[in-house]
Ligand binder design. Sequence first.
Ligand SMILES: Nc1ncnc2c1ncn2[C@@H]1O[C@H](COP(=O)(O)OP(=O)(O)O)[C@@H](O)[C@H]1O
Ligand SMILES: [Mg+2]
Length: 253
Amino acid sequence: MNNIVSVKNLSKSFKNNGSTFKAVDNISFDISTGSIAAIIGPNGAGKTTTIKIIGGYLLPTSGEVFIAGDKKSYSSNRQNINVGISLGGENGFYDRSTAYQNLKFFAALKKIPRKDQTAEIDRVLELVNLTNVKNENVYQYSKGMKQRLQIARALLGSPKLLMLDEPTSGLDVESARDLQNNIQKSLSKDRAIILTSHTMSEVERLADQLIVIGSGEVYYNGPTSEFKKFVGVDENLSLEETYLQISDELKRV
Ligand SMILES: Nc1ncnc2c1ncn2[C@@H]1O[C@H](COP(=O)(O)OP(=O)(O)O)[C@@H](O)[C@H]1O
Ligand SMILES: [Mg+2]
């Protein structure tokens, strides 16, 4: 197994009113090809910050990110076509344009050759089941459709690493399940997916690898299936019950 991404001793500090706050504190992990990894932890644990650094949206204070196939570490190589990222929320699209027109714009930004753009856009729209509504304006989209459009945008150009920050947050049960299926469908043997989620049933269902973080530090990094053993609880306990056993420890003091 090869690693798609290696995160080495990553730290990120923010300065607030003269004091320094460590949002991410010396985090390291590897994600191998063909796998889905979930990063979980309480609000403010540092999940989004970690994803933003890997995606090149933020520079780390220290540490490095290596993406397979890249010569340089990521801290010096920000615009990376091998990484697709969806940060959630409903913003970031031209509301008065269609989904297709939006993706056309982002396909150009990702430097997908003009002659390949239409086929590539159709491919990613199909993956997230938006083909039949691709010519509707985005302001007519439901929250779930916008979430799927975000994932479609992240999939443009087939990045080696797909990162989804809380992809199913705020969706109804059926839309969430649909989206989970789409996420699984978009995984292939030579790629990897990192997602964050607060829905433990989703994590249990999707993630091969579990990274639990609290206060910016890694608490657990290993197979999802071995987390219960690590915490020392009964194998019959759900991931949610298991997580609740340790959630207090993960909070910032
Ligand atoms: N740009 C920023 N400036 C200052 N503090 C920030 C900034 N971004 C995030 N933080 C802080 O860093 C911590 C981690 O945030 P975040 O990574 O968003 O957590 P999570 O996604 O796990 O909820 C939080 O305490 C948050 O307030
Ligand atoms: Mg977050």
